[in-house]
Design a protein around this ligand. Structure first.
Ligand code: SF4
Length: 510
């Protein structure tokens, strides 16, 4: 394909983009012509293979003169030379900076991705229950703020949904890297009369208690594979009826029953108010099968996430990936680092082992800041994403857990969890300390608060920050005791209260 296209016309329209995420989605997709979308779909497919297939990536980089042949041999309908900044020096990002006047197809693609990222940001904002549930809204905000400090840039990709509903117990796929260490599939929640009634009541309770935006942020899987449940699409239809939109489906079994996958995709094609589905790609063979079964246009808004061993993506070291007896996480990590450093596969074995990102655990794939519900076991947990650790090996914290037999129990659990775990301000008489992932360090260049990815200079922040941080790092004192000591040191009460309030709002206090 050699069509030269100007970048998408959105910026030129002058109209303010809609704030509602689904309206924004409609706006930015309809602003592209069919020809533009056709090209975007083919660039997307090209990138799926670049990201998934190391052999292809390296061949493009090492033999750029063969790029057209390498691309067409794989059935890809793009002119790779129109997209050179994506691959010429080795793949690093899906939105490289470049002179888009010189690379108009790349400009078209990058503007598309930026609109998707903006849409993602709007989904995060839409999930806020706001004044209807103020304590929860503040708590969710603190969880997101904490992860800005604890997870760093990867936190931008988390939209903090408020509900996740599991419709099975366990998962049939058994991925070695399963971040949530899903057990083997044991049971599914069938759509019989009693279950359908309970399901609808649970959805309605979530909607009543948290409001529409938060209810719409939910989705119907977690440590489960949606297609394991033969009635998944019926449950999804109920979700749409109660919440007025279709929530996202992520499946790692897109090729297991293509007819099921087509039925699922058809639901999303018919619904404008929908968070589009995703395919987890477990092998290059699976990616080839996905590409054979579904055209680039059919998958324009279906994200394919390359989880296969040859992928460029790093996996979080959580759940089963952190405890894999074959240590595949380390092998993949080493392979990706070597590729980043410009070494070929052949040179891999001779390289010294690079330092690991984390000795035991690291990262997270969790997203929910709210309620994780298992409909088979009738359990509910209040959870939030965190840096995986020995204490939280699945990459999420469990703040509270309970069981329900009916919607009244479920409602009571939510109300109790808000009352017990979401104080609107820092409780003054209970001992307070920093989250375990936060360290207070002294000395040069001065006292700092540090996570694995960020540091905060305390002297520059204000005179009360360092002494307050030191006491919060040691733990054992309540905020009112800390305030007393700060005032003994000559700090004003206002300054002392402001510092403690700031750490609380940053979500760093346990
Ligand atoms: S990663 Fe997903 S598909 Fe794989 S075992 Fe875990 S829950 Fe199942």
């Amino acid at each position: 394909m050699t069509t030269q296209l100007a970048p998408a016309p959105l910026a030129a329209t002058g109209a303010a983009p809609p704030a509602d995420p689904f309206e924004f989605h409609r706006w930015f997709t309809s602003a592209r012509s069919q020809e533009q979308k056709r090209l975007i779909a083919r660039i997307k497919r090209f990138l799926e293979l670049v990201m998934a297939d190391q052999e292809f990536r390296l061949a493009l980089k090492e033999h750029p003169e063969q790029a057209a042949e390498l691309t067409s041999r794989r059935g890809l309908e793009v002119d790779p030379h129109a997209l050179e900044p994506l691959w010429r020096q080795g793949f690093t990002t899906i939105i490289p900076k470049a002179d888009y006047k010189r690379w108009p197809q790349l400009g078209l693609w990058c503007q598309w991705v930026r609109d998707i990222l903006k849409y993602r940001d709007l989904l995060f904002l839409a999930g806020d229950p706001g004044p209807g549930q103020p304590a929860f809204a503040k708590w969710r905000g603190r969880r997101a703020a904490a992860n800005d400090f604890l997870l760093g840039p990867r936190n931008k990709a988390i939209v903090y949904p408020v509900f996740a509903y599991e419709l099975s117990k366990g998962c049939s796929q058994g991925c070695w890297f399963c971040a949530f260490a899903a057990p083997r599939l044991e049971a599914v929640f069938r759509y019989d009369r009693a279950n359908a009634r309970l399901w609808n009541q649970i959805l309605e309770t979530g909607l009543e208690m948290m409001g529409l935006g938060a209810a719409q942020s939910g989705f119907c899987y977690w440590a489960t594979e949606p297609s394991d449940n033969p009635d998944y699409l019926r449950f999804l239809e109920d979700f749409r009826r109660v919440n007025g939109m279709l929530c996202q489906t992520t499946t790692a079994a897109a090729t297991r029953d293509p007819a099921w996958t087509r039925r699922m995709l058809a639901l999303y094609d018919q619904e404008i108010r929908a968070v589009k589905p995703r395919f987890s790609v477990l092998s290059l063979k699976m990616l080839a099968e996905i590409h054979r079964l579904f055209s680039p246009d059919e998958l324009l808004r279906v994200e394919c996430i390359p989880q296969n061993p040859e992928s460029i993506l790093y996996k979080a070291k959580t759940g089963r990936a952190a405890r894999d007896p074959q240590d595949r996480w380390r092998q993949e990590y080493r392979q990706r680092k070597n590729e980043q450093r410009g070494e070929s596969l052949a040179g891999e074995a001779s390289q010294p082992e690079p330092p690991l990102e984390a000795p035991d655990f690291g990262g997270t794939t969790a997203c929910v800041s709210g309620y994780l519900v298992n409909m088979v076991e009738r359990t509910v947990m209040l959870v939030s994403p965190c840096q995986a650790s020995a204490r939280w090996p699945l990459g999420y914290r469990v703040h509270a857990q309970g069981r329900f037999d009916n919607a009244a129990d479920y409602r009571a659990f939510i109300a109790r969890s808000i009352a017990e775990h979401m104080p609107p301000t820092l409780p003054s008489e209970e001992p307070a300390r920093f989250n375990e992932d936060v360290a207070y360090l002294e000395g040069p260049p001065g006292p700092v608060l540090r996570s694995r990815v960020k540091a905060m200079g305390l002297e520059a922040a204000g005179p009360a920050y360092a002494p307050a941080a030191e006491m919060l790092a040691q733990g054992g004192l309540s905020p009112s005791q800390i305030m007393g000591r700060l005032m003994d040191q000559g700090q004003s009460p206002l300054e002392a209260a402001a510092v403690l309030g700031h750490f609380f709002d940053m979500g760093l206090l346990d």
